[in-house]
Structure formats: structure tokens, C-alpha cells
Design a protein. Structure first.
Length: 133
């Protein structure tokens, strides 16, 4: 394999989560020790003209465990070691737009959370995420 590009996020400590969206040509990473979330847009064809431009930076709680980008909602979803799940709108990067722990109880919430973690059926989440719009 040939290295195409190196990106320095500027965070100190390990990166914990990585999510690549092939639909929007974006990827997101989280920094475990400082809670920073970074988003990049990929321009080019992953050859010599490949460019990754930073489009999103947000500060979240410490110790993120995973990150997912939901293209249909334009939201970055970050799960934390403490059990907290936050939603960030990439157009409003300075604060989370929704805290999943404060959503009203739903009889299938655990089922959807597990499927969401597995990358399945995000359309079924739309009714749970409506309060995050």
C-alpha cells in the first residue's frame, strides 16, 4: 500500500472513533483524552489530487468511544464512556443539538440503539431523533 496523505488533528492523545461517509465524502474522528470531534471533507479521487479539508470541530465530554455520521440528518452522533450519547449538527459545531439521555422513554429504544451501533436501519431512528432537529 502507498500512503496518500497524513493528517494531524492537533489533538494530544489517542483517536478513539473513526467514521467514513461514502455518501457525502466526509469522515469524522474523535479524540479520547480531550473530547474533540473533527470532521473532514474528502476532495479528489484518493490519488495524487486527494485533499482532506477540515469542515467541523467541536468539543464534547472526555472519553468518546464511537462516532457515527447520519447523512440523512446531517448529524454526528458520539457515544461516550459514561453512557452519554450526543448529537452534533455539522452546521452548528459549537454545541450538541441533542442529548439522547434526555429523550422521552421509548419501548424499543434499546433495540434501536443496538441496531444503530451495528450500522443498521437508521431510518427507524427518525422518530427518536425528531427532537434533535
Amino acid at each position: 500500500p502507498k500512503k496518500v496523505m497524513t493528517i494531524d488533528t492537533g489533538s494530544r492523545g489517542p483517536l478513539r472513533g473513526l467514521c467514513v461517509s461514502h455518501e457525502s465524502n466526509q469522515f469524522f474522528v474523535t479524540s479520547y483524552n480531550d473530547g474533540k470531534i473533527y470532521g473532514y471533507e474528502i476532495n479528489g479521487t484518493l490519488k495524487n489530487d486527494f485533499i482532506a479539508q477540515k469542515i467541523f470541530t467541536a468539543a464534547g465530554p472526555l472519553y468518546p468511544r464511537s462516532v457515527v455520521f447520519v447523512d440523512a440528518l446531517n448529524k454526528v452522533v458520539v457515544a461516550y464512556e459514561s453512557g452519554l450519547i450526543l448529537f452534533f449538527d455539522i452546521g452548528l459545531p459549537n454545541f450538541p443539538v441533542c442529548d439522547l439521555t434526555r429523550l422521552p422513554p421509548h419501548p424499543h429504544r434499546d433495540h434501536y440503539q443496538n441496531r444503530f451501533r451495528a450500522g443498521e436501519g437508521h431510518a427507524k431512528w427518525t422518530h427518536l431523533l425528531s427532537s434533535c432537529a
